[in-house]
Write a protein of this length. Structure first.
Length: 413
């Protein structure tokens, strides 16, 4: 069984047309099987492979010149290994990037399955993501009808506590999707009394509350079966109801000077923490400088443009939930994964507002570029990911209350 977002099948590397080539500035490790094959290549290209690969530690391609271009990236920005040896002899990273994978294997009582997707640090992946409409749509590919039947049977009646536990995490993730998409989160429209989907801020706040409650379940119980039962019941309840208290803030006016000052102070604290990340390019430092000096204007702009592209920001949170939330089944850390998903959307919203403020407008192409740059900064540095995972536990600004206030400031009334 393979799970993936519906748009993944449309992806194709744009090669030399890419403006931020993944063969420039990245030290790419070579898997052992491919490295061994490269040793067997004879002739002039075999000599070039020998010269262009470092065998110190994990084998990796040498980077050349000030631009740090891969030794096998030619003047047309095409890969000479691909040209000379074929796609089948690219190393694993070069062949699969920007795809990511999560393998669920050898879990007693469950079939093995794989979840995959496209990382958003890639220009073309970000373009496809922004071009989508509506929520993140996942597709399932089955090897056979028998595999489908076995899976459905295992889900309906788990045979082991390990299976029940992992399935409860997946049910929690599904509840998160339903909340973010508005399932069970209905409000009455004041004009016609018909039910309508609640605002994005309401839905994200409710999602953060669910993540906090799931974290409590993971922290408070040690037996897998007991934890699975608690999480399953919590997920079922959360996907069926809308907690009306999340809408209380809508009575507060963003024109309230004290509220605005509190929110501006919050964001400046947030930017101070984010400055501790390792910059993956000039973009990051410049962005934080611009956001820091324009907080008040950005918050006013957010209030005036509440409905701008909310589908995209919802989908960004869902992307983070899909990619990261399942990992909590193995390390018990649900909250930082939920927080990371929300932070990604918060930063995308701020970056978009900053573009409107400084350039007078915002195109889909610009939004895709913002998402790509943010993904590169946050997702594609192990050091930055580790820093943020710790910060969600240590920094007050990353508490569910703190993040909820940020969400309300950017998508609330």
């Amino acid at each position: 069984m393979i799970v993936k977002p519906s748009y993944c099948g449309s992806f194709q590397c744009i090669a030399s047309r890419c403006r931020d080539n993944c063969c420039i500035g990245w030290e790419i490790d070579i898997d052992e099987e491919t490295a061994q094959f490269y040793r067997t290549v004879k002739g002039e290209f075999g000599k070039r492979l020998e010269d262009g690969i470092s065998r110190e530690g994990t084998p990796h391609f040498h980077l050349k010149g000030e631009q740090e271009r891969c030794a096998f990236l030619n003047d047309s920005n095409l890969c000479d290994i691909f040209i000379h040896l074929g796609e089948e002899h690219l190393c694993g990273i070069c062949r699969e990037h920007p795809r990511f994978y999560e393998w669920y294997e050898e879990i007693p009582g469950l079939l093995d399955w794989t979840e995959t997707g496209l990382g958003l640090c890639c220009e073309e992946a970000a373009r496809l993501f922004v071009s989508e409409s509506g929520p993140l749509r996942l597709t399932v590919e089955w090897e056979s009808e028998e595999e489908r039947r076995q899976w459905e049977k295992a889900v309906k009646q788990p045979r082991t506590e390990e299976a029940a536990y992992l399935l409860s995490i997946l049910s929690a993730r599904e509840a998160a999707f339903q909340i973010l998409e508005g399932g069970g989160a209905l409000q009455e429209n004041e004009e016609d009394s018909s039910p309508s989907r609640s605002g994005l801020a309401d839905r994200i706040v409710q999602f953060l509350k669910l993540a906090g409650q799931i974290q409590e379940c993971l922290d408070d119980t040690e037996e897998l079966e007991e934890t699975a039962g608690k999480i399953r019941r919590l997920s079922e309840q959360s996907s069926e109801r809308f907690n009306a208290e999340n809408a209380e803030y809508s009575e507060k006016s963003v024109k309230n000077p004290e509220l605005q000052e509190e929110r501006a102070a919050y964001f400046r604290q947030l930017f101070a923490v984010l400055r501790q990340l390792e910059p993956m390019g000039e973009f990051w430092t410049k962005l934080l400088d611009e956001l820091d000096c324009s907080v008040e204007e950005l918050l006013s702009l957010a209030a005036a443009r509440q409905e701008d592209g909310t589908e995209l920001y919802e989908r960004l949170v869902e992307y983070g939930v899909y990619r990261y939330f399942g990992k909590c089944a193995f390390d018990g850390d649900a909250y930082s994964r939920a927080g990371l998903a929300v932070l990604f959307a918060v930063l995308a919203r701020l970056t978009d507002l900053n573009a409107v403020l400084r350039q007078g407008g915002l195109s889909r192409e610009a939004q895709a570029e913002h998402i790509r740059l943010l993904s590169k900064e946050i997702e594609y540095s192990e050091e930055n990911l580790e820093f943020l995972q710790n910060a969600f536990w240590e920094e007050e600004i990353f508490s569910d209350q703190g993040l909820s206030e940020a969400v309300k400031a950017l998508w609330g009334v």
